[in-house]
Design a protein around this ligand. Structure first.
Ligand SMILES: [Zn+2]
Ligand SMILES: [Zn+2]
Length: 220
């Protein structure tokens, strides 16, 4: 198993940690698994004050796909508001479609690409589905699970960068696409992960059940 994400409760106060836990860790098995030909994740909630928890150098898995082994990164979380896109109920989509088109005509902003769901690795919000939404249900209480977090191959693409590229990462001159390849990659794909065709892995959890069942969906 390789470490993929570690979040502290203090960094993400909106994340509903289970009682007594203040560290969230996501690891995954860096081989293809049947569910979507993607790594299989495991979610752990820890009490970070436990004296027996010590940092270790995780082993690099022999023979694993290198594109499933993230390069170490430090997170600089930024809060953004999201609105449903694929998850917008059909009657609302129909009711709003004309206004989406009008906004796009007047401003150049597309609701789908620029104004609703952010690409990139994130906590909460909506999964950036690459196909029809496929929300898992809790095997215990049968409620629809909540989106916990997504790990993405890229923070933005050729369209979404226009609104979802972080201000701090925006070059002082020109656009991110005019940067030398390695420099752009360090912004767009800092962890050097490649899931599917530049897709993401979406993790879901049930916050109603105390043992926090979880599930995942892989983008294509
Ligand atoms: Zn495995
Ligand atoms: Zn449940």
């Amino acid at each position: 198993m390789v470490p993929v994400v570690q979040l502290l409760a203090a960094d993400v106060p909106e994340l509903p940690f289970p009682d007594g836990a203040d560290v969230l860790q996501v690891l995954w098995c860096p081989f293809d698994h049947e569910e979507g030909y993607a790594p299989r994740p495991q979610v752990y909630w820890w009490d970070g004050s436990r004296a027996d928890l010590e940092p270790t150098d995780p082993p690099r898995s022999d023979g694993a796909h290198h594109q499933y082994l993230p390069d170490p990164c430090v997170l600089h979380p930024e809060r953004v508001a999201e609105y449903p896109s694929w998850d917008l109920p059909e009657h609302l989509h129909d009711a709003l479609e004309e206004r989406f088109e009008q906004v796009e005509e007047e401003t150049g902003w597309s609701y789908e690409y620029h104004l609703s769901v952010a690409d990139g690795t994130k906590v909460g919000g909506y999964p950036a589905w690459s196909q029809d939404p496929d929300w898992p249900h809790c095997p215990r209480c049968e409620r629809r699970m909540d989106h916990l977090l997504s790990v993405d191959s890229a923070e933005f693409d050729g369209e979404s960068w226009r609104t979802w590229l972080a201000v701090e990462d925006t070059p002082a001159v020109g656009t991110v696409w005019e940067l030398p390849y390695e420099e752009r990659k360090s912004i767009q794909r800092a962890a050097d992960l490649l899931l599917g065709d530049l897709a993401g892995l979406h993790l879901f959890t049930c916050t109603h059940c105390p043992d926090r069942p979880y599930a995942h969906r892989a983008g294509a």
